[in-house]
Design a protein around this ligand. Structure first.
Ligand SMILES: [Cu+2]
Length: 315
């Protein structure tokens, strides 16, 4: 897929370091909204595929804290990723994220800001289904479904994934560069996560018609501040802190840590929704559809119906 014809593609930040330095693109919102209207979107999957993939009755997959994962499940997760990389399926999944016409980050403007959480939820489901498919081949006797583990940002980098980078960089065909796993920028501490989830209302997004959803997603994506005015580390900062290919805004899913990092975002969103279920993003028309998939924002709120659960829904 070559999307270099997509207008504005060239001024999308290449790295999360640049995303953090530039901050939320308040000065370009009109241009970005215009580009979003003009974008050519990939066709969604046919409806039959949607039903087979999402609505089919499946046993619930439990997404567990990576620090508490059994040795057997760590091995199963790694082996499933290796298998997907060998099949070429992993590269296909990375390409979904390299296609910026999906408008799924705040660096692409307001629509990207509002699509960030639901788009990545749908993206993780696609990965989780693929992991489960190959896991059933690799562990035919397993009694539970594989779920994507989550990484609590206040914890150290998962030692069981050290040096584990089985997929090649789609841009070079070579092994990705090693991770950095160090500041700058700092990654979020427990106190920062409490600000993101419980003190989201302090965020001043500067957007017209901001609501609670706007403030929450602004903070968790990594545009927010702490009560003392310093930058609030969140999603963007985790990408930069891990570094290597995780720092690349397009190809970051090449690093398996991408899935654990985004599972934590998804879990924090779920926790926040327990007390803020009425808050909703300002998305209209086709902006509500999480292309290249067919599901809308509204289809992606009930995680039980989507076939997964978290082992913990507390901070
Ligand atoms: Cu991300």
């Amino acid at each position: 897929m070559n999307h270099s014809h997509h207008p504005g593609e060239h001024d999308h930040p290449e790295t999360f370091d640049a995303v953090i330095t530039q901050g939320f693109p308040h000065d370009k919102l009109k241009l970005l909204a215009k580009l979003n209207k003009e974008r050519v979107r990939e066709k969604p999957a046919p409806r039959a595929a949607r039903i087979a993939r999402l609505a089919a009755p499946v046993a619930t997959a439990v997404r567990q804290d990576q620090a508490k994962l059994s040795r057997a499940k760590r091995t199963a997760f790694r082996n499933a990723i290796v298998r997907l990389a060998e099949e070429g399926k992993y590269l296909e999944l990375i390409r979904d994220h390299m296609d910026m016409s999906h408008t799924m980050h705040g660096s692409m403007g307001e629509v990207g800001l509002y699509r960030f959480l639901a788009w990545h939820r749908r993206y993780l489901l696609e990965m989780e289904r693929e992991l489960q498919r190959v896991d059933a081949i690799l562990r035919p006797r397993a009694t539970s479904k594989l779920g994507i583990p989550y990484w609590r940002w206040q914890d150290r980098f998962p030692g069981w994934l050290s040096g584990f980078l089985p997929a090649t960089d789609p841009n070079t065909g070579l092994a990705p560069p090693p991770r950095k796993n160090a500041s700058p920028p700092p990654k979020a501490k427990a106190a920062d996560i409490a600000i993101i989830v419980n003190q989201f209302s302090i965020q001043n997004t500067g957007l017209t018609d901001e609501n609670d959803y706007t403030k929450f997603t602004y903070g968790i994506e990594g545009w927010g501040v702490r009560p003392n005015g310093t930058s609030l580390p969140a999603h963007n900062h985790g990408h930069s802190w891990i570094g290597g290919i995780m720092n690349n805004t397009r190809t970051s899913p090449t690093d398996p840590m991408f899935w654990l990092h985004h599972a934590e975002i998804d879990r924090l969103w779920q926790i926040w929704r327990q007390d803020n279920s009425a808050a909703a993003p300002r998305l209209e028309g086709s902006d509500r559809i999480m292309d290249p998939w067919e599901e809308s924002y509204d289809d992606l709120l009930d995680i039980t119906a989507l076939g997964y659960a978290y082992d913990s829904t507390s901070l």
